[in-house]
Write a protein that binds this ligand. Sequence first.
Ligand code: URP
Ligand code: ZN
Ligand code: ZN
Ligand code: ZN
Length: 465
Amino acid sequence: STFDLIIRGGTIATASDVFKADIGIRDGKIVQIGAALEGATEVIDATGKYVLPGGIDSHVHISQPSGEGISMADDFESGTLSALFGGNTTIMPFCLQEKGRPLREALNAYHELAEGSCYTDVSFHLIVSDASPTLLGQELAALAEEGYASFKVFMTYENLRLNDAEILKTLDVARQTGSTVMIHCENEDAIRYLVEKHEAAGDVAPRAHATTRPIAAEREATHRALTLAEIAEVPIVIVHVSNGQAMDEISRARARGLKVYSETCPQYLMLTAEDLDGMDWEGAKFVCSPPPRDKAAQEDCWRGIETGVFDLFSSDHCPFRYDDEHGKRAPKALESFRHIPNGIPGVETRMPILFSEGVMKGRIDLPRFVALTATNHARTYGLYPEKGTIAIGSDADIAIWDPSVKKTIRHADLHDGADYTPYEGVEVTGWPTTVILRGRVMIRNGELVGRKGDGQYQTARTRTL
Ligand code: URP
Ligand code: ZN
Ligand code: ZN
Ligand code: ZN
């Protein structure tokens, strides 16, 4: 027959259009979009459903080394399975360079972990943690040319932070190679000052995590990152923006002509610092950096989603188990908030939350949803147009959303390796019930039919300036 698969009768949305049409798929690619397509081995009836590009979550942490005695709750199998059930077809985890070791070595180990284990496609970002002359002189540029075209740098965390000189050198490699640098903006010295003060006063509960990482520390670092990018003359991504003051820095930089992309995450729409106040260390479930702020900051982030301050909506999925001596309740973590592993799970709930709170509540339209959850990720990180859109020639990565599904989010129904969700009890309308990866049906009507290993590694392209 002409097609391997036809998706019939659905409402298709891309980042620019919404229209009714059938999609014809052959050899993993979209080969036709039109009315009344016929001649396929398999037909999926999408009447009354939305047919959207599969989600791309470009900010996900999987199997990342996380300090002594701490281990991440997801490996590539559980992380990508959870991503798939949340409507994603590609995730972009971070490959962390170990201090004093070549990045290549971490990359080899990471590929080995992912190989044969994935339910979605994956593509790696590189974390530059050791800005050595070898790395910045040759290794990083060589890796960029091989298709590892995005690097993350940290301005915070004792073991990861780069100083301004090191960030500038990394930015320079990005400029020369057309790669993209993601920057975690928080002022480490300011945070350390506050942490020491709170610990000395005996204030060691999870809530102090939020108190000691104030908006000012994020705002200042955001401004500094933008300034360094301006001086190095290279576009950057400001990741996980949590509040309006950091957003204002981004808008001002854009007004000066700077090319800057920015990202926010579900936690900054759905959580506040008060969630860190729980009994029995429960607040640790919500410890992430930057921390959730307050209602006003949530509203500011919604405004950024609506008006285009934000290009990317990612999960920053960084799962640790709560009731576990290797997670949020590790012995050291129970002594002080300073040692609680940073990060929260969210790869499966990212899109349903934005669909329900954003699209169904009328804050954003479907094209904006698609841009924020798929298309802009592919464009920013060199995967477009194979990934991130519904177009002839693109990979047939598709999520079929049923807007009539009503669900209460329960961790018991999710597929990640953590033992809780920060969104327990949140009611959502709409869920991706069928998910297709390069033409292969992976989830059909909520049932897993794809196999571990169906996900493949995707090489990224560098930017042409
Ligand atoms: O708390 C967080 N976000 N943990 C993940 C690491 C990072 O900074 O993105
Ligand atoms: Zn970060
Ligand atoms: Zn992160
Ligand atoms: Zn354990």
